[in-house]
Design a protein around this ligand. Sequence first.
Ligand SMILES: CC(C)(COP(=O)(O)OP(=O)(O)OC[C@H]1O[C@@H](n2cnc3c(N)ncnc32)[C@H](O)[C@@H]1OP(=O)(O)O)[C@@H](O)C(=O)NCCC(=O)NCCS
Length: 170
Amino acid sequence: MELIPFKLKYISDVISWVKSEEEMVQWAGSAFIWPLSQRQFRNHQKKAKEECPSLYPFALVKDDKIIGYCEISDYRQQFNSAMLSRVIIAPRYRGKGYGGLLVKKAVKQAFSTLNLNRIALGVFDFNKSAMNCYKKAGFEHEGTLRESAKAGKSYWNCHLMSILRKEWKC
Ligand SMILES: CC(C)(COP(=O)(O)OP(=O)(O)OC[C@H]1O[C@@H](n2cnc3c(N)ncnc32)[C@H](O)[C@@H]1OP(=O)(O)O)[C@@H](O)C(=O)NCCC(=O)NCCS
């Protein structure tokens, strides 16, 4: 099991894992507009190709096949900070520990290669399995943005979490 830089050839796999607008918002917040298309995803990836990238996308690969995706996004060199975003495991691989593994590997990669001091994330309050993965990797709850997102007719509360380099147990 390896965390490698994301390749554009994996785009259709990732898109196929997201089956509704609610699932898309749960996964990616407001980054995309439903229906999720390859074009939107490819455009999003352009931030990874800029001279000073703010985005570092990763694929979790098992037997040469992508089974997970995540990003280190919003990289701010000035503050040594970034976000962990758009974490997802292919539906048939969920509940087997891969989400936890992906998060730990992404945090290690981010702290060891980008000289980060802080990694933050947002997770909706009902997403218990995601929160569990983040807590197990050392993320702490910082606060809650109440009803900060809307999916269908429902407003969702978003928990902010973060981990600092001094708290990270590599
Ligand atoms: C969130 C996600 C990445 C988790 O991946 P996963 O491979 O299923 O997660 P894991 O199997 O590593 O771990 C899930 C943990 O949550 C726990 N869990 C699952 N459902 C739970 C619940 N309702 N309440 C509490 N804990 C729960 C599991 O027991 C497990 O903990 P453990 O390792 O201590 O047993 C995956 O479900 C996913 O891709 N979801 C859709 C996209 C998404 O929501 N991404 C997160 C955006 S912030």
